[in-house]
Design a protein around this ligand. Structure first.
Ligand code: GLY
Length: 375
């Protein structure tokens, strides 16, 4: 028996586990470590401003709050784990490859400015002062000083260590089903048949969250997998950009030590995690058009991740119609960014039974069922 069983040991599940354990709860995290898990495939951009979209203002507010919480979250994590968090305040430069891109960037900059966000429009020459390796053909850009990054793999290592040090039990095992008695979740049955009883159950299994058995259809989270392919390139710090660079169809995230993550495709291919030659080609071509030196780097890995997409691109956070079953999934393109605010608000819900104001608009009950995720 434990206070909280968390299904999913990615950045979201572990962040909640760490904060819940620090608040005094006994916590078990269950995860079989599946291929395609989004947390290790992500690029780790913390980009509430450069990824802001028209019509997604509530999500923008949540993303901004989590971005503001990152420095403290990272510092606390480093203290708790003794490991680097991977957080880097590098800023992001969005650049236009042609006049169409320029018009789209200008439209987005007007929206960002009207929302009170800090963006600086730059001429082509000014972009190349910031990043001398940019193609001479680029048509200007927008610098966003406050859009940073975190090395998501370093973050995962630190979260595993911090949560174990705070008493979290991590088990590498798949959950067969959530056990529901009457209208209440009572625990989980894992591979092999063992039943683990818990006071509360948190479903944080990313794109797999709707597949966990045991729930009636209208309580299953409305998530679907959205495939992303990314490239890991290696050079030396002088041969890669200093800031995150974004184009219309590609982004490049430098880790500061010569590594450069280039992403990402956005594909509706179900649970397919195969590497496609065409996606590698497109990413390399798009990166090369903005930053020709990318072609000289070593290609060390192609990563494939499955984002948990939702019908409105916003996460599912909070209670379900099954008592003691809480959902924290559907973070889609913002899982790494939203870890601090998700951890804080879900840990608060677990310890007080109250849903914090910031996540009330993201109730999983706003959609009828998992079926809506694909319709
Ligand atoms: N946030 C970047 C991505 O999902 O590709």
């Amino acid at each position: 028996m434990c206070d909280v069983a968390i299904i999913g040991g990615g950045v979201i599940g572990l962040s909640i586990a760490w904060k819940a354990a620090e608040a005094g709860m006994s916590v078990t995290v269950l995860d079989p470590d599946v291929e395609g898990a989004a947390s290790s495939a992500a690029a780790g951009m913390l980009a509430p401003v450069t990824e802001a979209h028209f019509g997604e203002e509530p999500l923008l507010a949540l993303n901004l709050e989590s971005a503001r919480a990152y420095p403290q979250f990272a510092a606390e994590l480093e203290k708790a784990s003794g490991e680097p968090s991977g957080y880097r305040a590098t800023g992001t430069l969005a650049v236009a490859r042609d006049l169409d891109d320029r018009a789209a960037l200008d439209r987005l900059a007007r929206f960002q400015t009207s929302a009170g966000l800090q963006v600086e429009r730059l001429r082509s020459r000014e972009c190349r002062v910031l990043e001398p390796g940019l193609a001479s053909s680029i048509r200007g850009g927008v610098f966003v000083r406050d859009d940073h990054q975190v090395d998501n793999r370093a973050l995962l290592v630190a979260l595993r260590t911090a949560s174990e040090r705070s008493g979290v039990v991590a088990r590498r095992i798949a959950v067969r089903r959530i056990t529901v008695e009457g209208d209440r979740a009572t625990g989980v049955e894992v591979d092999g048949g063992e039943h683990l009883r818990c006071g509360r159950c948190v479903l944080a299994a990313g794109a797999w969250s709707a597949l966990v058995a045991g729930l009636p259809d209208d309580a299953r989270p409305a998530v679907r997998p959205v495939k992303g392919q990314l490239l890991h390139l290696n050079g030396v710090p002088e041969t890669v950009p200093q800031h995150t660079i974004r184009g219309a169809d590609v982004y490049m995230v430098p880790r500061g030590d010569g590594r450069l993550v280039v992403g990402a495709s956005v594909e509706e291919k179900g649970f397919d995690t195969s590497v496609a030659a065409g996606a590698v080609h497109d990413l390399l071509r798009d990166a090369y058009e903005l930053y020709p030196g990318a072609a000289e780097l070593e290609l060390s890995e192609v990563a494939v991740g499955l984002r948990p997409g939702t019908p409105d691109n916003a996460p599912l956070l909070g209670e379900t119609r099954i008592r003691d079953l809480i959902v924290a999934t559907g973070h889609y393109r913002n899982g790494i960014l939203l870890a601090p605010v998700t951890a804080r608000t879900i840990a608060h819900l677990l310890s007080t039974g109250e849903t914090p104001l910031e996540i009330q608009a993201f109730s999983p009950r706003r959609f009828g069922s998992a079926r809506e995720a694909v319709s």
